[in-house]
Design a protein around this ligand. Structure first.
Ligand code: F3S
Length: 877
């Protein structure tokens, strides 16, 4: 009531349709009512949500204003660069630069920069943090400037943890209390795994950095009112089955069901039997199953978790009272109003079996008992999603080498990286303590991980260290090489650091298919390490088990993983803990004061962060010599007149791709390859090779990021007849060039380019550089079979036209090779374009076909008319 609902009559909340709405849709409804001003959010928008059951199937557009915005440093640095340069643009246009300020709370956690330079050492945390500060000082100082220059921006310093775990344990509000007005927490984040907070009953998902900046500046985000898949859980997990096995099973089921653009809401008595941490693990992997959210409404388990993590009793009481009063609290002991869903799925938890996913995609789940056979079929198969096409006669190849004087050998499938890492799993005490128990049993039996495997443990918050120490299990993990290496993303984002030289040489010289096993959520090629071609996702205890076995080429049921100190074979079953052992360890080691003291320490900062001297100023003083922070050209020469819509004329095809091109292919986050255009740029500016750092850490510099676009060493471009690598053909001359050099030639000649692609183009993450980079390369349109949700909206946000081939058609069926020139017929007058309208594409060799223009909403058309979302916002402000 009060100020809110001024434009919308609250008695309509008694409407019986509202009680049947899915919980997640209730949060959208509340936001619409509270923000209803009959301008950006109208009464009609509110009515559309109340009538969700009827309107959702029609794919209607609604505005959404999140309660807060979440950033991590890889995406946060470019976001703050954009804000700083929007302030400059506002200033140049004669506007009030102070209007460029977040209007909703912004939480930025610095977690993506720490790298595993030092592993298997008790000093690894301090050593890696020192390297991290040396490499990233300019970026960190810039973020510190941002925290002072912009109101409403909290920066959580490096060394604190992984953004989603910190969000879960500390930042998530569940219910906001702003001057006595209560409303549900909701968050959009510039990281696709923002969905992890859905496990806490907070509606949150990943968006592009550009969209998040607009949300910070008070723009409603435009979204299609989603369908909601009701996912019923019943039964209980069997002994020996982990939350990771559950999430990999759920991921595969939902991928099959098809949930792109939808919410998934978990319900049923089985939900009440899984812990908050297990729910967060399932919610975390929403991008992998393709959903916008994987939502768990608040219940008693949520309230217990809030108390455990140090939220005050008053806060918890306020949350419970608000949600109960609004019929948004689930009590599995009371009769429930039945919610309506768009479609239904069900899983009996007792059907879940131990599994692993890979070698290249998260949804390629392999039951553990089939792993050996699956690995051999991967070796045999042609190159593709699962295969490596290793000739039969070299499948048994052995690479022998000397590792620090000790004889060592690698075969296909041998592990060279084993990492307990990632927000997906390290926030979950049951799997972390499970890993400790496996390490303990192995130590007791006399098994040891081979020293040439790069082992690491990077928890998502300091709490994990506290409970691993309290349980007494950290010392066994240390003994097996899983020393703590830092508190951040590490291997999960490709910051796995160098492999030992002898290991790298053994792999490269013998063409060994080396593997990595990690407890992360992503395993696309080239992400984890350039030398590990097989990358498997597994629970932390399985990571330890595979590290002990030293290979993924093993049948855990039948083959021993090693020989114990008594000379007898040790099997998987000998080291695997029971669910009861894990539950006992959780019960006795995870204590409330651990959370409180950890976050008190974080708010005080650490000495390296506190000693970064930064001047406070409204406008940023750009340093033209910086190779980390550089003023981007987006708003140069901007005027108040929008440039208008535009088609494409005589464009060349820059790249011609097949299916499943991920944002890691488009804009890699990992290491900068020598001899690449980005390396050349850095060397010309006197940066030593050892200080190149990663692309992810250089996202504040548009010059490097443009050069890094499509620089993934594993991309396959049909213009090069299937050759692997970041090159393309410059069509006019037929020369083979780096993608950046070819694009620069086209730009210099004033020639537009387009990209052809297959299905699921842009899957992976919310990475805005995957749209900014192509825009800087001069790409005007992407024509694909289908787009992943966030990436499509990022393309529109940067003024690139996303076009979809008609069903059943693609570049191959239409006979397009990429050697032709393309015309895209779009009216210049934006009022003549409608969301989702058909457009005609013609080529210079006489082909003509129809595509759907994927501007999904009127607001997206407005962004396109203004040349992108940020110029639109500046002109509005
Ligand atoms: Fe970081 Fe990997 Fe999570 S990159 S945010 S740990 S998915």
């Amino acid at each position: 009531g009060g100020e809110f609902g001024k434009f919308y009559s609250l008695p309509a909340l008694n409407d019986p349709r509202i009680d049947k709405l899915p919980y997640s849709i209730r949060i959208l409804l509340e936001s619409a009512i509270r923000n209803c001003d009959n301008f950006q959010v109208t009464k009609e928008d509110v009515e559309k949500i109340i009538d969700w059951e009827k309107t959702a199937p029609k794919q209607v557009e609604i505005p959404f204003k999140p309660a807060r915005v979440l950033l991590q440093d890889f995406t946060g640095v470019p976001a703050v660069v954009d804000l700083a340069c929007m302030r400059d643009a506002m200033n140049n246009l004669g506007g009030d630069s102070d209007k460029i300020n977040p209007l909703v709370p912004v939480d930025l956690v610095i977690d993506h920069s720490v790298q595993v330079d030092v592993a298997r050492s008790e000093n690894a945390v301090q050593a890696n943090m020192e390297f991290e500060f040396q490499r990233n000082k300019e970026r960190f100082a810039f973020l510190k400037w941002g925290s002072k220059a912009f109101h409403n921006m909290l920066v959580v310093p490096p060394g604190s943890g992984i953004v989603h775990q910190v969000n879960l344990e500390y930042l998530g509000r569940v219910v906001f209390n702003t001057d006595g007005v209560l409303y549900p927490d909701s968050v959009v984040g510039t990281d696709s795994h923002t969905t992890m907070i859905d496990g806490l009953g907070v509606a949150g998902w990943g968006v592009g950095g550009i969209e998040a900046e607009a949300a910070m500046l008070g723009q409603p985000m435009s979204m299609v009112l989603p369908g909601v898949v009701g996912f019923k859980l019943s039964g209980k997990l069997r002994d020996g089955v982990t939350a990771t096995d559950l999430v990999l099973t759920v991921t595969q089921m939902l991928r099959k069901h098809g949930v792109v653009g939808k919410f998934v809401e978990f319900h049923g008595e089985g939900v009440g039997k899984i812990s908050l941490a297990d729910r967060a693990t399932i919610a975390n992997m929403s991008p992998e199953y393709g959903a916008t959210m994987g939502f768990f409404p608040v219940d008693n388990v949520t309230l217990q978790y809030l108390r455990l993590t140090g939220r005050s009793d008053d806060t918890v009481a306020m949350i419970e009272a608000y949600l109960r009063a609004n019929n948004m609290f689930v009590d599995y002991n009371e009769p429930q109003v039945e919610r309506v869903y768009s479609s239904y799925l069900e899983l009996d938890l007792s059907d879940v079996e131990p599994c692993i996913s890979g070698p290249k995609r998260p949804h390629d789940r392999v039951p553990l008992k089939e792993m050996k056979a699956d690995w051999h079929s991967c070796l045999d198969n042609k190159v593709g999603f699962k295969g490596f096409a290793v000739p039969k006669d070299s499948q048994d190849k052995v690479a022998k080498f000397s590792f620090h004087g000790e004889p060592a050998e690698l075969r296909h499938g041998s592990l060279v990286i084993a990492a307990i890492t990632s927000c997906t799993n390290t926030s979950n005490p049951s799997v972390m303590l499970g890993a400790g128990l496996v390490a303990k049993k192995a130590c007791e039996l006399g098994l040891k991980v081979k020293p040439w495997i790069k082992t690491s443990l990077a928890p998502g918050s300091g709490v994990v260290t506290k409970y691993l120490l309290k349980s007494g299990l950290q010392k066994y993990l240390d003994e097996q090489g899983f020393n703590i290496v830092g508190y951040g993303c590490t291997t999960c984002i490709g910051n796995s650091g160098e492999l030992d030289e002898t290991v790298g040489a053994a792999i490269s010289e013998n063409d060994i298919i080396a593997s990595a096993v990690l407890s992360g959520n992503r395993n696309f090629e080239g992400r984890v390490h350039p030398l590990t071609r097989a990358n498997y996702l597994a629970s932390p205890p399985l990571v330890v088990a595979y590290a002990l076995a030293g290979t993924v080429d093993i049948d855990f049921e039948k083959e021993p993983i090693g020989v114990g100190k008594d000379g007898k074979d040790v099997y998987f079953r000998d080291i695997w803990p029971s669910n009861q052992e894990i539950a006992d360890a959780v019960q006795s080691s995870v204590l409330p004061d651990m959370f409180k003291s950890t976050y008190e320490a974080i708010t005080k900062g650490n000495p390296m962060w506190n000693n970064l001297g930064v001047e406070e100023s409204k406008l940023y003083s750009w340093d033209s010599k910086s190779t980390y922070i550089h003023e981007p050209p987006y708003f140069k020469n901007m005027t108040m007149d929008p440039p208008g819509a535009h088609g494409v004329k005589d464009a060349y095809c820059l790249l011609n791709f097949g299916d499943s091109i991920t944002t890691d292919h488009i804009s890699p986050a990992g290491s900068i390859q020598k001899d690449s255009p980005a390396a050349k740029y850095l060397l010309e500016r006197g940066v030593d090779r050892k200080d190149f750092n990663s692309y992810g850490s250089r996202r504040g510099n548009d010059e490097i990021m443009a050069r890094g676009t499509f620089a993934n060493i594993r991309i396959v471009n049909k213009l090069l007849n299937g050759e692997v690598g970041p090159k393309t053909v410059h069509i006019p001359t037929g020369e083979k060039l780096s993608v950046f050099d070819a694009a620069s030639r086209y730009k210099a000649a004033g020639q537009d380019t387009i990209v052809l692609a297959g299905a699921e183009y842009g899957s992976g993450s919310s990475r805005d550089w995957a749209a900014k980079g192509p825009m800087l390369l001069g790409v005007k349109a992407v024509i694909a079979k289908s787009f992943e949700r966030i990436h499509r909206s990022n393309l529109v946000g940067m003024g690139i036209i996303p076009l979809c081939f008609k069903a059943g058609e693609d570049a191959d069926t239409l006979g397009l090779t990429g050697h032709e020139r393309y015309n895209i017929d779009l009216p210049n007058n934006i009022n003549e374009i409608r969301p989702g309208q058909d457009v005609t594409v013609t080529t210079d060799n006489g082909k003509s076909f129809t595509c759907t223009a994927r501007f999904d909403t009127e607001v997206e058309l407005a962004y396109f008319n203004h040349g992108g979302i940020l110029p639109y916002v500046i002109r509005q402000l």
